[in-house]
Design a protein around this ligand. Structure first.
Ligand SMILES: NC(=O)c1ccc[n+]([C@@H]2O[C@H](COP(=O)([O-])OP(=O)(O)OC[C@H]3O[C@@H](n4cnc5c(N)ncnc54)[C@H](OP(=O)(O)O)[C@@H]3O)[C@@H](O)[C@H]2O)c1
Length: 257
């Protein structure tokens, strides 16, 4: 049974990119911490299975199939949340997409655009209806956006991803500056390498890359998605009530070096 004493007890949370990886881990953590959750992604089978799993633990969980790059989809997802649960208290805007490893001067428009459409336009598409719903309810709120260590420092052959994740931090600061007076806090997390299906495939295709990454990380291991989700849950909770506009690295110290 989800904890009535959890740090998100009684909250209503929307989590994008929750069909796998960090977002799916966050769905479990937020529900365990007492929040009702609305899960958003494009793969319906994954969402339906996770909602069923959460409901079996006694959590309140629903899903909406939506593409964050389409503004109408995100308006529909927020409207659904407010109709179903009465309000929106917290949002974890986590959906993201990484491009292939192409040098900048060889990159086609078709490779650049989907990264920006998902990570930057997609985040804007989430923030606009979420903030509108929070302002209408008048109870403030907490929003966490997923950037990356790539939003803090660059790495080669990832220009659109690096640019998009820097933009996530820009949008986070802009929204924090604009809505602090209304009690809406907006923060970001910057995960380091976190075990997900994509990361597992990347490790499999590039033997030795995992060990190389660990050599440049003070905590020499890959994060578990649950560890990243815990940071998002804390920033969405009232435990972080005077924290806004920050980007919290969840990277085992990678960006400290
Ligand atoms: N894993 C890492 O090492 C790492 C490091 C730094 C930052 N991050 C960031 O963490 C976030 C989560 O990534 P992950 O590692 O958990 O990878 P993942 O398992 O691939 O998760 C990405 C999630 O985003 C969703 N998504 C992608 N495009 C979408 C769209 N247009 N509309 C709606 N949902 C969309 C995917 O669901 P559907 O395909 O079902 O739509 C999936 O649920 C991303 O923002 C990523 O950039 C990850």
């Amino acid at each position: 049974m989800p904890g009535k004493d959890g740090i998100l007890s009684g909250k209503v949370s929307l989590i994008t990119g929750s069909s796998s990886g960090i977002g799916a881990a966050a769905a479990r953590v937020f529900a365990r911490e007492g929040s009702a959750v609305v899960l958003i992604a494009r793969r319906e089978e994954r969402l339906a299975a996770l909602v069923k799993e959460l409901q079996q633990t006694g959590a309140e969980a629903e899903y909406v199939v939506a593409d964050v790059s389409r503004s109408a989809d995100m308006r529909r997802a927020v409207d659904f949340t407010v109709e179903r649960f009465g309000r929106l208290d917290t949002a974890f805007n986590n959906a993201g997409y990484a491009c292939g490893r192409t040098p900048l001067h060889l990159m086609a428009d078709e490779e650049y655009d989907p990264v920006m459409d998902t990570n930057v336009r997609g985040l804007f598409n989430c923030l606009r209806p979420e903030i509108t719903a929070m302002l209408a309810a008048g109870n403030g709120g907490a929003i966490v956006n997923t950037s990356s260590v790539g939003g803090l420092v660059a790495s080669p052959v990832a220009a659109p991803y690096v640019a998009s994740k820097h933009a996530v931090i820009g949008l986070t600061k802009a929204a924090a500056a604009e809505y602090g007076g209304e009690g809406i806090r907006v923060n970001a997390i910057a995960p380091g390498t976190t075990r997900s299906e994509l990361v597992e495939a990347w490790y499999a295709q590039n033997p030795g890359i995992e060990q190389e990454l660990h050599r440049t990380t003070p905590q020499p291991r890959t994060a578990d998605p649950e560890e990243t989700a815990q940071a998002a849950a804390w920033l969405c909770s009232e435990r972080s009530s005077y924290v806004t506009g920050v980007t919290l690295p969840v990277d085992g110290g990678f960006t400290a070096l």
